[in-house]
Each structure stands twice: as structure tokens, then as C-alpha cells.
Design a protein around this ligand. Sequence first.
Ligand code: GGG
Length: 348
Amino acid sequence: MKTHRIALIPGDGIGTPVIDAAWQVLEKTAKTYGFAVDGTTFPWSCDFYRKTGSMMPADGIETLRGFDAILLGAVGWPAEVPDSVSLHGLLLPIRKAFVQYANIRPHRLLPGVEGPLKAENFDILCIRENTEGEYSGAGGRVHQGTADEVAVETSIFTRTGVERILRYGFEQARARRGKLASVTKSNAQKYSMVFWDEITAKLSAEYPDVQVASYHIDAMAARMVMAPESLDVVVASNLFGDILTDLGAAIQGGLGFAASANINPDRSAPSMFEPVHGSAPDIAHLGIANPIATIWSAAMMLDHLGEAEGAKAIMAALEATTARGIGTLPGRNKTDEITHAVLSALDA
Ligand code: GGG
């Protein structure tokens, strides 16, 4: 029997209950579909930072490298650790070290979930560049605390980085409905974003079967609200993709439904799966965190690990659960209730 070794990083706040929920679903799916999951939990979080001075141990990346995949909950506890420290101490180093350059985020309405829009039949796959761009971490501050202070933060766009994420987008579009929307702000950002547009145009010659359109980020934000059905695959830089996918989460009913996969397409290192949402300190101890985004992310993980039947079963169980109105509104059901409903639906 095939065993998949999974590193579990619950992180902070609602990260713990949503990872518990997803793990129960994974274990049950594994039993039914004839494979095994072997989970190892790592307590790396803001609490770990308070105790040790870092978000993960110095050999954290090398430890994770030995796993088949990583399932992560949420990172951040701003009352105690600045978000810039927690994000740059855990999530971003993992994405960069493991060359998880494609951050995949599906946006569609699950049955029974009412989004804020009239539109119901949209199915968008956002692909966010995940290792460079605006989140490169290149910059600095000088004359700190004085009137002459200067802060510089440089976006880095490499030909390798831009070409590979666009190629990934073209391939996804080819496998779906054949439409790719490339997002920039090349009227205002005349170096990096013009560069991105040029590479989009160059690659489009290799994909004559894919219909390509370029949008500015502001126009894309409006389109996702006004005409989401017109979109298929959307590819954007790290920051633009981050922002657009919170908008995507909103139109699919909220962050409780937004799943994501940080993919290393070459499989030279583990990929990481996580809900789009953060640690939600305001509801962290109420038992009402929605585990659906994390369970959906776990289904994406199984698909990546070659367990397509198990992944499909989880998605069917999630859809059966929301179709009954369970987990469809914030706070309507407890985390445990939603989890049990998904587990029961897996039996059906
Ligand atoms: N689920 C992981 C998490 O905590 N995400 C919150 C966050 O701020 N992520 C930043 C990012 O995705 O770049």
C-alpha cells in the first residue's frame, strides 16, 4: 500500500482546528481508497517564535524536504508577532526554498453557497506567481526613525520566473476551457510589467489553441465582480495574485471556501497546500472556523499526490455537505459539525 508522508503545520489561531478537520477527512479517505497517510505535526507558529525567537528551526526547510507534501493551516498572531516577521519567517521561505512557484487558487461557488453576486456560474482558476515579484524581500531602510528616513522595496521579475508561471498558466488554460487572462499594470509599471506582457505575447505563439487577453489589475478586479463567467484561467504576479484571490474568495462566498496549492511543478521538492485565509484571531477560540477551504486544499493535495479518486471523493463530500446548507454561512455550524457532515458524506 502506498503511504504518503505529510508534514502538518497548523500554525496559529484557527489553523489548528481546520488542520484537525482536514486530517480526519484525509485519514478516512485513505482507508476507503487504499492508500495511507502518515502525518507529522510541527508546532511552527507565532507561539514557537515567542519561545525560540524564530518561526521555525534553522533546519526547518531541510526537515520538510523529506516529506511528500505539506499541509499548512494559518500563520499570524499580530498582537504578539508583527505579520511581516511571521510571513517572512515561515510561509514565504517554504514557498521560495521549495520552488513552489505556482500558487493555484480555484474560485467557484459550492452548491448551496450564496455569493454576493448575481452571477452563479463562474469557475475561475487564479494562478499567482509565488516566489518572486513584489514579495522578493529585496530592500531596506536607512536613517531609520529620522526625518530623512528612506524605505526601498524592489520587485524582482526574472525571465525564468515570469516565463515559467505564464507557461504554467497556458498549460492550465489548455487543459480547461482554453482561455488565459494575464494581469499586469503595464501602463504605470513600464519595466517589469511591460516585460511580463512581452513574455505573454511571445509564449502565446506556442499556444495557438489558447485565447489570451491581457488586463490591467484594476480592470481585472472590476471584471471579477461584473463578469466573472467570462474568465477561465487568470495569471498574475505575487502581489496582484494575492489581492485578486481575496476578491475571488469574496465572490465564492468568503474566505472559508478559498483553497490553495503552492505547487512545485517539477516535483523537485514538496508542494504545500493551505487555505487562503489567515489565523482569524477574532474567532480563534469559538469553535466556528470553517474547515471547508482546508479540506478542499487537502483534496488538491491528494490530486497532486496521484490519488485522483480520493480527491474526487472529498470534493463530492464537500459539495454534498454544502448542498445541505451545512457550513454555508459564517458561524452557522461549528467546525466539528461541518467536519462530521463531510465525514458522513464520504460514506454515502
Ligand atoms: N493560510 C495561510 C495563511 O495564514 N495565509 C495568510 C497570509 O497572509 N498569507 C500571505 C500570502 O499568502 O502570501
